[in-house]
Every structure is written in C-alpha cells, then in structure tokens.
Ligand binder design. Sequence first.
Ligand code: SF4
Length: 246
Amino acid sequence: MQNYLNLSHKGIKDFNSCKALFKNLHIDKIHVNKSKNNKFFSFDRSIHSALAEFNYKADYTNKSYIMYILDKNWISLGYSSIYEELAFKNKAYRLLLNYINTPLDMSIEILSIDSYLKRKVNKYITLTCKIDKLHEISSNVYEVVDYKTGKHISPISKNHTSFHIPILLDLIYDKFSLYPNYISYYYLQFNKKISYEITSEVIKKSKKLLKSYVNEIKKEELFICDKYPCNNLDCNYFKYCKNKKL
Ligand code: SF4
C-alpha cells in the first residue's frame, strides 16, 4: 500500500468486511462526508461536546449551566424543521440532566476528554482513535469511557473487542504509558454504564490482533472485493459501489 492513511477501528473493520469498501471510504474518501450532515450525527456530536465541557468544569450542582453549554455546543445540521430540532434538543437536555443528577463516571483525576489520539506506525499508516473520557476512578485504577447517545443498549460486540479495543489500548498506552483497567460504555439515554475489564490476556490478544491488521493492510495492493459482482444489500455503501451486481 502506498497511500497515506489515517487508520481508525472503523477502517480496520471495513477492511475486514470488504477491501473495496475500505478503499472507497478510507483511501479515496468517496461520499464519506454525506454521513456528517444528518441529525443523528449532529445530536451525537452536540452531546459529546457539551459533556466534554461539562466534565472539565465538573459542577454537578449548577443545573442551569447544562442548558447554557448545550446551546453553546449545539449543531443544527440535518434537521428537517425547527420543530424537529427543538424536539431533539429537549431530548438532549433531559439526557444531560439525567447524567448530572446521578453521574456514573466520577473521577479523582481526568486525563483526557473528547480527544483524538494518533500514532504513526510507518511512512504511510497513522493509527487514530477518539476517546470520550480517560480518567482515574480510584488510586491507580483507570477507566476509559465511551458515551453512547443512541436508543439501544447492546452487549459489547465482537466489533469492539476485535477492532475498537486493540487500537484504543495501543494509542492510550502510547500517549499515557498506561493501560486502562476498564473500558465502559455509558448509555446516556438510560444512565446505565456497562464495563469490560481489561485483563493482561485482553492486552496480549489486542496487541497481536492490531499487529496482524496493520501488516495485512500494509501488504494489500489491489483492494478488490472477493465477491465481484457483489449483491450485498446490507452494505451501507451499496448504492455508490461500482462492484455491485446490477
Ligand atoms: S457493495 Fe459489496 S463490493 Fe461494494 S463496498 Fe459493499 S460489500 Fe464491498
């Protein structure tokens, strides 16, 4: 591979599902920005930015402050009408209020909030990932939190253990010289947190997986679909794909 590439867990996942998909989305970047103009993306980003600001100030007593930071961080893109936008904003407000009433991720120290981590692996590939919150929850016990704004609580999926966790652990270790003890998925609509312990076994497996993904991507040159012509109607990229069966 001879293209400069920012490789996220989403990229690794796409590479594993279809090499043509990976090339279209992550190398040629065809139609990638369309997804950023939708209301769910705006809603999710607005809440993450508001939460980041709130976490830095960490004033759990001042409830009116939450409306101020929500307004300040609100993204209006993608809503079909002012009424729809207002309904989403009310939902965001209730969700944040719920969070500050009984936060499940209190810290003794915050190491990072809403930040992007990067590590250059070679001339062409840079690993990237976003972390919502990395903090110390008790003496020398660290947790990385992934805030979820959706309506469903899903069990930790294979995608997370196979693609997200390896890259996350690598980049956290590179930047902070530590491995978190827990990765937690915080479902804000339910104010429920599900945690997954990062054991030495998980770390070992993650390192091995990440190394093999990067090596496979590095040596790939053709990026073609194994099933040409493809009739995978479940693929989100189907409508744009040149390899699809007509
Ligand atoms: S439609 Fe098929 S070939 Fe095209 S990107 Fe999706 S899975 Fe790959």
